[in-house]
Design a protein around this ligand. Structure first.
Ligand SMILES: [Zn+2]
Length: 179
């Protein structure tokens, strides 16, 4: 009797575990979020904006950046002006950013700028480590830095944010901090 009870408890546990695995697989699929970006106002930088999105798409699985289809409201708008590159987020995955010519004219690698600014939209803050291997080190890495991809830690952080849909406050980030 006691054995049978233990056996049925084991079966129940096994069934529960399978249930949990199925449920988490369902959650993981549902968590792949598509964010639409509008590059139509980024002037001469449309191709480099697309490249920044593609760089993220090649490194993360829980979120995708796609060009906005006609008639749909974009999550992200991209502009261009003569100031510093900068991003204004409203919430995780939503906001707008500028491809600023001030950094382009100083010689910063354009795909690194665009991938970096998308990184803010994806929930990453600036981390001015000075390292070229860090995408979010931004302008603290040398101007000669041509790394335009998130490192594995940065990619994992973005995947985690979109898995759990962490809320992020509205924020502003500027490529070059004013002293
Ligand atoms: Zn930044």
């Amino acid at each position: 009797m006691a054995l049978r009870r233990r056996l049925s408890a084991l079966v129940l546990t096994a069934v529960a575990l399978v249930g949990v695995q199925l449920a988490s697989a369902g959650v993981a699929q549902a968590a792949v979020r598509v964010l639409y970006y509008d590059a139509s106002q980024s002037q001469e930088f449309v191709a480099v904006v697309r490249q920044g999105a593609a760089n993220w798409n090649s490194r993360v699985t829980n979120v995708r950046l796609e060009p906005v289809p006609a008639g749909r409201t974009p999550n992200i708008r991209v502009y261009a002006d003569n100031g510093w590159p900068r991003t204004y987020t409203t919430s995780l995955g939503n906001g707008y950013w500028y491809m600023g010519r001030q950094a382009v004219n100083q010689g910063y690698y354009q795909p690194r700028i665009s991938t970096h600014e998308f990184g803010h939209i994806l929930g990453l803050p600036d981390r001015r480590t000075g390292l070229c291997a860090d995408l979010m080190s931004g302008s603290s890495a040398p101007v000669s830095c041509t790394n335009a991809f998130p490192n594995s830690t940065e990619a994992a952080t973005v995947n985690n944010r979109f898995r759990s849909l962490t809320s992020v406050p509205a924020q502003q980030f500027v490529w070059q901090p004013t002293a």
